[in-house]
Design a protein around this ligand. Structure first.
Ligand code: 5MM
Length: 346
């Protein structure tokens, strides 16, 4: 079992490849569809995911796809269940198993991610449906309250504990856990504050993973990059982001972890690609540095699609292009001039 977990984790961060996060829950996909004026019906959600998963050739850059509970049970237009369709292209199906971030008791403004109750049974079912890896996301807000600065140690450690409980259950079920501690970049904090909070979060996470006997070689980390808060008057450039993000991860992430697959977290598509590229351009690291982007892979495709069958090809071209750009960033070979080649969207 351990060997299979290690192999799956390594395959997800194979050279030149990364993960598509297509696990938007009902509320999130509705928001995305609202932005293009499309109603969030079950069929529209299926058609949109169909468009992404049937994009020809994208498997050159995409190793795995994270699905939502509804999506893992849906099928492509030709009747092939999505997990089988992905497998047939050599893409590993994954599943979001958390039940979302809920208010943390006695901690104003902070959240705890729920979903541990009944998780053992759900994992067994998801494995039967084809999932070989899973994802659980915890979120942390940077800010000030009357009671002190956020995030509190209380929120950091309760979420770390839950992430480790989830990870242990996944490994017991033969599923690779992606642990996603996301420090949100909303706010006017400096990049140095982002570094210090991300450090505290990773320290707690790897303490809990160790204490709960999780086999690190059979996991992946999906973190935020260390960025300036989006409302901060001074925005760090790509080189500074790469430098501080690596400083943080070298201090807190064991080399046994096979890969770090960043989330994009609301960065522009091109910034998410350029920042990943800058980190890989620094040379080789103990872990593979890759991507598990949602918005930064999908935004141009969503905009091109607008719910019209006639736009499917343009949307697929836009998705393919972003996947290709991020594939190049995996080895530090991306350059902004490449954006003009074959983007296929006007
Ligand atoms: C695709 O968005 C994922 C699901 O979000 P909700 O549970 O809120 O619906 C999200 O977890 C995603 O996997 C990560 O945040 C990365 O996505 P981005 O857009 O930040 O790259």
């Amino acid at each position: 079992m351990a060997q299979e977990l290690h192999e799956t984790a390594r395959a997800l961060v194979a050279e030149g490849k990364g993960i598509l996060a297509a696990d938007e829950s009902d509320g999130t996909i509705k928001k995305r569809f609202d932005s293009i004026g499309v109603e969030s019906t079950e069929e529209n959600r299926r058609a949109y995911r169909d468009l992404l998963f049937t994009t020809e050739g994208v498997e050159e850059f995409i190793s795995g796809v994270i699905l939502f509970d509804e999506t893992i049970r849906q099928s492509a237009s030709d009747g092939t269940p999505f997990p089988q369709l992905l497998e047939s292209k050599g893409v590993i199906p994954g599943i979001k198993v958390d039940k979302g971030a809920k208010p943390l008791a006695l901690a104003e403004g902070e959240t705890i991610t729920e979903g541990l109750d009944g998780l053992r049974g759900r994992l067994e079912e998801y494995r039967g449906l084809g999932a070989r890896f899973a994802k659980w996301r915890a979120t942390y807000t940077i800010g000030d309250t009357i009671g002190g600065g956020l995030p509190s140690e209380y929120a950091i450690w309760t979420n770390a504990h839950a992430l480790a409980r989830y990870a242990a259950l996944c490994q017991e079920a033969g599923i690779v856990p992606i642990v996603e501690p996301e420090v949100l970049m909303d706010g006017d904090h400096t990049i140095e504050t982002s570094l210090s909070v991300t450090s505290r979060v990773l320290h707690a996470l790897y303490t809990e993973l160790r204490d709960q006997r999780v086999d690190l070689e059979g996991t992946l980390l999906k973190p935020n990059m260390v960025l300036s808060g989006y409302e901060c008057s001074e925005q760090a450039g790509h080189e500074r982001v790469a430098e501080l993000t690596m400083q943080c991860f070298y201090r807190h992430v064991p080399a046994a972890v096979p890969g770090i697959v960043f989330l994009s977290g609301g960065q522009s598509d091109e910034d998410a690609t350029a920042n990943l590229n800058a980190m890989n351009a620094l040379g080789s690291h103990p872990w593979q540095l890759s991507f598990s982007y949602g918005r930064a892979l999908q935004a141009p495709a969503l905009k091109a699609w607008r719910g019209e069958q006639g736009n499917v090809e343009a949307a697929q071209r836009a998705y393919y292009h972003r996947a290709k750009m991020n594939g190049a960033a995996r080895s530090g070979m991306y350059a902004p001039e490449m954006e003009r080649e074959g983007a296929g969207v006007s």
